[in-house]
Design a binder for this molecule. Structure first.
Ligand code: H2B
Length: 96
């Protein structure tokens, strides 16, 4: 995979408007999701896992029962990159 650039300050500042629902915490884009039950939460995780494989970009995440917390960052860049923005938008698109 080609070297990927970290987002600059200007691009970072625009993220809040571009990705409502996500928060910027240090070098991570974060969002917490709630579902009706574990089965729905895990079904969502399965769909995200397939996206992650397709994009070769994998989330840091935490699940307990109906809750899925996702944190996106780009290890290859040592921080946030456009890959994280793309993944966040793809995840949002899963939920309509
Ligand atoms: N996921 C994330 N979040 N960041 C990366 O830099 C990354 C990844 N790199 N998934 C990919 C896989 C890399 O490790 C492999 C070798 O392509």
């Amino acid at each position: 995979m080609a070297k990927v650039e970290k987002l600059g300050a200007h691009a970072r500042a625009e993220l809040a408007a571009d990705l409502p629902g996500w928060t910027l915490e240090g070098e991570h884009l974060k969002r917490s999701f709630r579902f009706g039950d574990f089965s729905q939460a895990f079904a969502f995780m399965t769909r995200v896992a397939l996206l992650a494989e397709a994009q070769d970009h994998h989330p840091e995440w935490f699940n307990v029962w109906n809750r899925v917390d996702i944190a996106l960052t780009t290890h290859d860049a040592g921080g946030l990159s456009l890959r994280d923005v793309k993944m966040a938008k793809s995840i949002d698109a899963l939920l309509g």
